[in-house]
Design a protein around this ligand. Structure first.
Ligand SMILES: [Zn+2]
Length: 309
């Protein structure tokens, strides 16, 4: 969080790259299956069993790998090697931001809320939500992976109001305690959301078909969410991994944004092993839009295999 605050304060907000990596039009079949949606390059509708899911583009971050004040990976040479190996020669780590919408009957669940235009992002979440056919007041549950600005920033609305006024806000008890102990610039937001916050222990079911999963290391109470419907499942990994290249191919590299680096490395390695062995469908909130894919073994390590279409 302090890094993010410095990033914003230092004016290291780089060119908005919203068009990059998210220019695909939704497939015709998806549009036909979800008539409430407006055609938009910032949403991607898919299904998890009976649950309708939509990736909602909020924005994009661009972190120059050689700039130690911008990139969380101190080992710039290793990062450059990974980027070059992927054919990406601009020396910039590109991170997308796409909260996830779930609709299942009466429940409309939003996982994370984006950065509200901070940290180099474009603040598209509200327009993406509306393109998905949902008004903010219809959201019944907001699930937070952790309390960094690009995940809770979108909870606040204009004039100190709540962006999702009718939603319960759920986060782990450890994360809520840490946010209150280290409020940074979020003091007013904390007071605004306090009446709506409901805490849980990792492993708890937090909405129908949605179970929190402890993914330790990034923050004191960081969690992912497993969504299950019928035989289908999806694991939302939060910030256990940031880059679909660096975090996947070099999970052992220290990431300065992690509060407990050793735990974060173990979490990444565990996710990669279990994910690849089980061919788990993964949702990376910071992976290239729409963030859907699987981990696959490659040589001695792993690669990210995004879903086609
Ligand atoms: Zn994040």
């Amino acid at each position: 969080m302090t890094f993010y605050a410095r990033l914003a304060a230092a004016g290291l907000i780089l060119a908005a790259l919203g068009a990059a990596g998210c220019s695909q039009e939704p497939a015709k079949t998806e549009t036909a299956a979800a008539p409430a949606h407006t055609a938009s390059p910032d949403i991607h509708a898919f299904r998890i069993g009976q649950i309708e899911a939509v990736a909602l583009k909020d924005g994009e971050m661009a972190l120059p790998a050689a700039d130690a004040t911008a990139s969380p990976w101190a080992d710039a040479a290793e990062v450059a090697s990974v980027l070059n190996g992927a054919g990406q020669t601009d020396g910039v780590v590109h991170l997308s931001v796409q909260p996830l919408l779930l609709r299942d009957g009466e429940r409309i669940v939003l996982i994370d809320t984006g950065a509200a235009g901070q940290m180099g992002t474009e603040g598209k979440l509200q327009s993406s939500l509306r393109a998905a056919g949902v008004e903010p007041g219809q959201v019944t549950d907001v699930l937070i992976s952790h309390s960094h600005g690009d995940h809770i920033g979108g909870l606040g609305g204009n004039g100190g109001k709540l962006a999702f006024p009718n939603a319960a806000i759920r986060m782990s008890a450890a994360e809520w305690a840490d946010l209150q102990a280290n409020p940074g610039s979020f003091g007013p937001l904390i007071e605004a959301i306090r009446p709506k916050v409901q805490t849980f222990e990792p492993g708890a079911e937090v909405a129908p078909g949605v179970t929190s999963v402890g993914l330790p290391g990034h923050t004191p109470g960081h969690v992912g969410y497993e969504i299950v419907s019928g035989a289908d499942r999806l694991l939302y990994i939060g910030d256990a991994m940031h880059s679909s290249l660096i975090s996947v191919q070099r999970p052992e590299l220290v990431n300065g944004w992690d509060s407990d680096s050793a735990a974060a490395v173990r979490t990444r390695q565990g996710l990669l092993g279990r994910g690849a062995s089980g061919s788990l469908r993964i949702y990376g909130v910071h992976f290239p839009f729409p963030g859907l894919g699987r981990f696959e073994r490659r040589d001695d390590g792993f690669i990210w295999a995004p879903e086609a279409g």
